[in-house]
Design a protein around this ligand. Structure first.
Ligand code: CA
Length: 225
């Protein structure tokens, strides 16, 4: 059974071969890009369902490539990160990767993370009723946000974060809870990702009646008018 097309961006031939083998066995169509340049070509050409992206590439900064991709599309990205490189992992989260595995990794774990992300991505449209708070309107089915009738473009994670707030207006949500709900897995102590995304969301929602308030030492709350 074919479950979608995946582009694997990885310069290490043995890692690329292993990842490709496991993903193919799991039913995916896999294309391999050994360089950032080839990745750019393939991503434009193929519009894959998901990208596995090694952040350490010979010709391109992996984080820069991730940002480029995010500027164009919400294609889910699972990053392959170097062991013990916290800075790289945090930069990847801020740039919009959906999940990561740290080298060396078990290819079975990578496959299960890929599947989980595609399940979440598939579940996103049709997610239920329209949420309206003052002049803020969030339509999960159409993946659409309006502020006073004006369309606001949000990235996938920003949208999910806003949805989490709108489903529980007035309730304080901790950073850990938001990480778990929106990113689907825990990053102990890496809650700065939440702060970065909340900041982006606040900027984009300027003019909305509902505001995301900081509750010092705890987390955030959507304050409704
Ligand atoms: Ca590499």
């Amino acid at each position: 059974m074919t479950t979608g097309r995946i582009v694997v961006v990885e310069d290490d031939p043995s890692v690329a071969e292993l990842v490709t083998l496991y993903l193919r066995n799991a039913g995916f169509i896999v294309e391999h890009a050994p360089t950032g340049a080839r990745a750019r070509e393939l991503l434009d050409e193929l519009r894959p369902a998901l990208v596995v992206l090694d952040l350490g590439l010979p010709d391109t900064d992996g984080i820069a490539l991730l940002r480029e991709l995010r500027a164009k599309a919400d294609t889910p990205v699972v990053a392959l990160t170097a062991r013990a490189d916290d800075a790289q992992r945090i930069a990847g989260l801020d740039a919009g990767m959906d999940d990561y595995v740290t080298k060396p990794f078990n290819p079975r774990e990578l496959v299960s993370r890929v599947r989980a992300i595609l399940r979440r991505a598939a579940g996103m449209p049709g997610g239920g009723r329209v949420l309206e708070i003052g002049n803020l309107r969030v339509d999960p089915a159409r993946h659409e946000v309006l502020v006073a009738g004006r369309a606001v473009t949000l990235r996938a994670k920003e949208f999910e974060l806003l949805e989490a707030f709108c489903r529980q207006p007035g309730i304080v949500l901790t950073r850990d809870k938001l990480l778990e709900d929106v990113w689907g897995f825990a990053f102990p102590g890496e809650t700065r990702t939440v702060d970065v995304h909340v900041k982006q969301l606040r900027d984009k929602l300027a003019g909305a009646d509902a505001r995301i308030e900081t509750v010092w030492g705890v987390g955030y709350r959507l304050a409704a008018p």
